[in-house]
Design a protein around this ligand. Sequence first.
Ligand code: UDP
Length: 466
Amino acid sequence: MAAQSNTGHGGRRWHVLLFPLPYQGHINPMLHLAGLLHARGFAITVFHTHNNAPDPARHPDYRFVPVPDGMSGPAPVAILDVVAHIIAMGRACEAAFRDCLAAFLEEYSRDAVACLVADTHLLPVFEVATTLRVPTLSLRTGSAACCSCFLAYPMLFEKDYLPVQESQRDMPVIELPPYRVRDLVAVAEDHGGLERELIARAVAAMKLSSGVILNTFDALERRELERLRRDLAMPVFDIGPLHKFSPAGDSSRLLRQDRTCLDWLDAWPPESVLYVSFGSLACVSARDLAETAWGIAGSGVPFLWVVRPGLVRGSSADPDPDDHHHLLEGFEAATRGRGMVVAWAPQEEVLRHRSVGGFWTHAGWNSTAESVCEGVPMLCRPCFGDQMGNARYVEHLWRVGFEVGGGLEKGSVEAAVRRLMTDRDGAEMRARAGELKKAAAEYTRKGGSSCLAIDKLVAHMISLSD
Ligand code: UDP
């Protein structure tokens, strides 16, 4: 995309300030957004916590401002710890962010700052910016459907959909079709308070902002976007799929990508390889890992599997490249020549590779969007948060995959892999995914709907500083 010139008062270049939540699934879309705004002529400044700090050397065109977050130790991996961590981190960096932002505004004339875009989960960042009279936009990194679910949380409790009762798990949520109770963003009942707080804070952040940016597009979520616009009563910019506008390459990765898997994929026939990855946070039990491994082995399907450090509950999250080898003892020998296991993959490129014919995923929103945009059907094994809801859309609405629920057994894994990769059923899902891929290409071409939404976003950003 050609860089356009956006100049502020006195002919100075407009600045957009960004503040991502420091998790991989949140950093990626924010840096994709940075890439596309930079291509539109904005100067970019990224405020970031010390936790999972980006590497400025990989983004020489941006300015980076570290904000002390007062949090010690590595980022947590268990989901409830993650929820608590997000809330605590936002609070912990509030005072430091106020100082950093005030210093920045001193140095750069306030007139040249168009706005600040922050992750929806960083409420204190919105509060500080509002106090310092910097307009804000909120980047929500999940789907529009999930965003509506956040807004509907009080109603979901009022009408007793939540907390989830075991006997009601399959009950439809009439107000949010096609969700069932089991698809809602909800952790275990006894921890509901924490999750509820996280969601209430996200809604407060959205309402404090002058608009919401979503990594989705009309072909995926037309009805959901309409509902959201109605419920939020503020501008909603559906500018996805973001990675199609500004591919990340290796630049935003917290773990080092093993790019040798791309050469390995070259050797396989089109659409023959199953790609397996559970994203950056989801964990599995050692038993589930073994059943998955032996089920995939039994299917006879070639596979590329991401076993990241810390994937197995209780294992070390230190990036030791040999960590996964002992966990899968015997398995690699049994599948030699037919499979490859890596600690982290260049996922966007893997999904784009012609040899990849299916994706076993935890159904994180980025992974889901990346997969549909490459026409790759999915086998979903959601773990927490919005993943159950995403899997519901994959299976029920877009019909480009299906969920593997319940306890994992080698035999059921084997059958599911075959269904996706070699059965007619899977071929039909692949064909439907191919249609979504075409739609994504149409939306992101020059003059396409997502491009027009970006034009509107740029105009909105500039208008905010008037
Ligand atoms: N990803 C990657 N390499 C991997 C696994 C994941 O680059 O081996 C990227 C993937 O492309 C996606 C992000 O990590 O952009 C994961 O985000 P998602 O929302 O799917 O899941 P989360 O990690 O937030 O649970």
